[in-house]
Design a protein around this ligand. Structure first.
Ligand code: HEC
Ligand code: HEC
Length: 482
């Protein structure tokens, strides 16, 4: 019998007898089942993303729960009878933080049963800009906003104001197959912004779709020392495996300084505080001392007039002109900083450990860096000096043409994305009832998310394409255990 044939017979026999088809597992590392260190919580159910850090003292939980109420509440149009709870719009996308970060988890693209969306997106927003030039540099926004619509597309507005327009999403199926012949299909999205209220957009408009990520463990990520991130970038360059992450450098409105970016799909924000105030401003139309002016572009006269009237009402009532005071912002920031990461009860399972070995073998870990030790985050002793397992390097990587949005964001170019943390990714199905992944939710499951990897991650993806069914199952089981 030719050798090749006998090998195949042996393999078929192994499968038939259901002998272990994967050689070896990785060892369980003490602590990896508690990805948030001492902040880790145990609930694996629908509320798995909604707990405060487990080591917050009872009195420190009070600001958390007050912050939670600001995160969940629907803001209303001004003027309303309840002061301090109004200020929505003029333009906005959602009425609350929780409207996009559902149960502190992840948003989803709208349903598209026949490959076209049947509703307007909420948890998926669209950032806008035009190319920067010597005459119009990007500056502290990191981009040059589209002249008539600003830096974000607002498909909702308060009474009497026109929404900026609507979004059409079309998906085209793109078939492929694994090395063993198993077919798969990826859906490639295309986006069209239509029913534009303020005239045509600039011909060079750049559009970046971004889905709302889960908001767990963010204070821990802010506490990872900058030196650690720069060291990871240096290590990748040294390894010479075609992986060359680099930090984004962004303007922080709170610190009034440039800093390493950590949050958002392109690491375009440095701190949870900036991100929280920026979300109030950009997504809900709520101004604060960090972002005191609504984004009404010169062409948006209804928006400008409305803003003027609101300022007059406020003055008449003797209130500050911004929608929320620093106390409200601080509480919300405390909340988004201390939301905990759930534990991994299955971390010792043999199939999970086999998947973990394959994850390392395919070099996924080079970008999705498993372990970090946090430094000191001022004001948050609970989050400081923790060994954490977020599975990210927080660096930007060229992910290839397939995922490119062609829209730069500070130092990130149109092909680069930040490695997203993978902790909690296995709980998304339970918490949010879906498995849409990647920056625009195009992937319908974890395997599709991997198959979209290109650019610096091309080699890692190729390894997965060569995996057997049993190996693919183990890899996915590992991701689901995170
Ligand atoms: C319209 C939907 C929407 C609303 C409303 C919204 N967000 Fe977000 N949020 C997003 C998107 C999209 C991102 C990713 C942004 C990016 O990549 O540029 C994000 C990112 C974040 C992040 C960073 C998470 C990470 O892992 O990088 C935090 C923190 C956050 N939002 C907090 C809030 C808070 C607080 C509010 C309410 C004040 C809020 N968001 C309202 C959609 C939303
Ligand atoms: C070169 C760096 C790099 C490598 C190597 C890499 N990834 Fe990623 N990964 C990323 C980036 C960047 C994204 C976000 C891309 C996007 O959303 O467009 C991502 C996204 C993901 C997501 C979706 C996360 C989410 O929140 O939606 C999963 C799952 C994932 N990677 C798993 C893997 C696995 C498994 C491997 C190894 C086979 C791997 N990655 C290798 C950088 C990398």
């Amino acid at each position: 019998m030719p050798l090749k044939h006998s090998l195949r017979t042996a393999m078929v026999a192994a499968v038939a007898l259901s002998l272990p088809a994967i050689a070896g597992t990785a060892d369980f590392e003490p602590g990896e089942d508690l990805p948030g260190g001492r902040t880790t919580t145990s609930d694996q159910g629908r509320n798995a993303f909604s707990y405060p850090a487990a080591n917050l003292s009872v009195d420190r939980q009070t600001p958390f729960f007050i912050g939670n109420s600001f995160f969940k509440k629907n803001w209303v149009e001004a003027p309303a009878s309840t002061t301090g709870r109004d200020g929505l719009g003029p333009h906005f996308i959602a009425r609350s933080c929780a409207g996009c970060h559902i149960l502190d988890g992840r948003g989803a693209p709208p349903p598209a049963p026949d490959g076209i969306n049947t509703a307007q997106p909420v948890g998926l927003l669209f950032r806008l800009s035009i190319p920067a030039t010597a005459e119009r540099p990007a500056g502290k926004d990191g981009v040059v906003p589209e002249p008539s619509y600003g830096s974000q597309f607002n498909n909702a507005a308060v009474t009497g104001i026109t929404a900026e327009g609507a979004v059409e999403i079309r998906y085209t199926e793109q078939p492929g197959q694994f090395a063993d012949g198993t077919p798969y299909s990826l859906r490639r999205p295309s986006y069209r912004l239509h029913d534009l209220a303020y005239g045509p957009m600039h011909p060079e408009t750049q559009v970046s779709p971004r889905v709302a990520p889960a908001v767990i463990g963010l204070g821990l990520l802010e506490a990872v020392p900058e030196a650690g991130l720069l060291a990871a970038a240096a290590r990748q360059a040294e390894e010479g495996l075609g992986i060359s992450g680099r930090p984004n450098r962004v303007w922080d409105a709170g610190k009034q300084d440039w800093a390493v970016g950590r949050f958002g799909w392109k690491a375009n924000v440095a701190t949870v505080r900036h991100q929280t105030a920026g979300a109030f401003h950009g997504d809900i139309g709520i101004t604060s001392t960090l972002f005191p002016h609504e984004e009404c572009m010169p062409a948006q006269t209804d928006c400008l007039e409305r803003q003027q009237r609101e300022a007059e009402w406020r003055r008449g009532r003797g209130e500050p002109e911004v929608d929320i005071d620093d106390r409200t912002l601080d509480r919300t920031v405390f909340y988004t900083t201390t939301l905990a990461v759930p534990a991994r009860p299955d971390a010792r399972d043999p199939q999970v450990l086999a998947g973990k070995r394959l994850f390392h073998e395919a070099n996924c870990a080079s970008c999705h860096t498993p372990r970090h030790v946090t430094g000191d985050l001022p004001g948050y002793p609970e989050l400081s000096n923790q060994t954490i397992y977020p599975y990210t390097d927080l660096l930007l990587h060229d992910m290839g043409e397939g995922l490119a949005d062609s829209r730069p964001d500070f130092d990130a170019d149109g092909r680069e994305w930040r490695t997203p943390p993978l902790w909690g990714i296995g709980r998304v199905k339970t918490v949010n009832g879906h498995t849409f992944f990647l920056h625009d939710g195009r992937a319908r499951n974890l395997m599709e998310a991997i198959l979209w990897h290109g650019g610096e991650a091309e080699a890692a993806k190729s390894r997965v394409l060569g995996f057997s069914q049993a190996e693919r199952d183990a890899l996915i089981r590992f991701l689901e255990s995170l």
